[in-house]
Design a protein around this ligand. Structure first.
Ligand code: SF4
Ligand code: SF4
Length: 337
């Protein structure tokens, strides 16, 4: 795979090159609350103090709300697949890993969601290895890491004044060939990767998930679920900021035979998620709903796909208005008698 070396102060030149090659470029920028991906307008990309954007990159490939069908009496039309190449720079490894997990649901096992597929194909993720994880980060406890390349198209490693960019997919290879910079050597890459491996080693493992996973399910009826969810106010913030939560609801909007069919993010921590048309709700208590969220992350998805659905980004820990902490939930329930 191709690898190039760019001086840190040449990043604007790289991004201008990407724009000239036809990419819409997005990079992290300070926002009203925290950081958000914003269109790159030129100039330096100041990542001082940047760790994660408040919202993950998931919305770039799975918009929070989108019309996938419109209809006019008997005439129905599926939404056209979105076009145009996009380059997202400064994505963190946990977010790229999360998209690789969401890919399984939207693209594997016989069904390929056409809108999701088009956006994934059109989007290049330039993933920035993490040198300074936050106290709320726990990627290494769930299978990832600060230098994990899962889901990345290009990995970016900071090495002094240099930035080493290594392609990790055909899309990434195409991007690095489109922007012409000098090659990075294997020795330079190995040295940079070793630095990030040390960052990973310094992160304390939270639990042994192989041991905790079966306990979470065995303790399905444990009182501990009530305890961990007692403060939850069912706001759904944890699911909306989560890079790997992928459930949606569908509604028809229209009248007089004309309208559109819309899908939008849904949240299993909210009561209407499982409300039946009869009025019955199999998860009417918040402990039942929070249990669903935790078991989906660490048990059900693993049962289906062999991976944890949590990537340890810690966004839900930060976003929860009442300090419900998924790390503590796993410890408490897995440790319950
Ligand atoms: S469950 Fe929380 S920590 Fe895990 S991926 Fe989602 S937001 Fe991040
Ligand atoms: S963010 Fe906190 S309060 Fe809101 S639904 Fe999630 S756990 Fe409950």
């Amino acid at each position: 795979m191709a690898a190039v070396k760019v001086k840190r102060n040449e990043l604007p030149k790289l991004l201008e090159g990407a724009k000239a090659a036809g990419y819409d470029v997005f990079a992290p920028a300070r926002a009203a609350e925290g950081w958000a991906f914003a269109p790159y307008e030129g100039g330096d990309v100041d990542l001082d103090g940047y760790l994660l954007t408040t919202a993950s990159v998931k919305g770039f490939v799975l918009p929070q709300l989108e019309a996938f069908l419109s209809y006019d009496n008997d005439d129905g039309r599926l939404a056209a697949a979105p076009e145009g190449k996009r380059l997202l720079v400064g994505v963190r490894p946990c977010d790229a890993r999360a998209l690789a997990l969401v890919d399984k649901v939207y693209l594997d096992r016989g069904f390929r969601d056409p809108l999701y597929l088009a956006r994934r194909d059109n989007t290049v993720l330039v993933v920035w290895a993490c040198g300074r994880p936050a106290p709320t980060c726990f990627c290494t406890s769930v299978g990832g890491g600060p230098g994990d390349a899962t889901g990345a198209d290009v990995m970016a490693y900071e090495a002094g004044d240099d930035l080493l960019l290594e392609a990790s997919s055909a899309k990434g290879e195409g991007f690095l060939k489109a922007v012409k910079f000098g090659e990075a050597s294997d020795a330079e890459l190995d040295e940079a990767k070793a630095t990030y491996a040390k960052v990973a080693e310094a992160m304390t493992p939270l639990w042994d998930l192989e041991a905790a996973r079966p306990k979470l399910y065995e303790n399905f009826e444990a009182e501990a679920w009530e305890e961990v969810a007692s403060r939850c106010v069912s706001c759904g913030a944890c699911t909306f900021v989560c890079p790997s939560c992928h459930c949606f609801d569908v509604v028809d909007e229209g009248k007089h035979g004309r309208g559109r069919r819309v899908r939008f993010w849904d949240a299993c921590t909210q009561s209407p998620f499982t409300l039946h048309a009869s009025g019955h709700n199999p998860r009417e208590r918040k402990a039942q709903r929070y249990r669903q969220r935790v078991l989906h992350k660490f048990y059900y998805f693993h049962d289906n796909w062999g991976e944890n659905l949590c990537v340890g980004c810690g966004r839900c820990v930060v976003a929860c208005p009442v300090n419900v902490d998924i790390r503590e939930a796993v410890s408490l329930v897995a440790g319950a008698d």
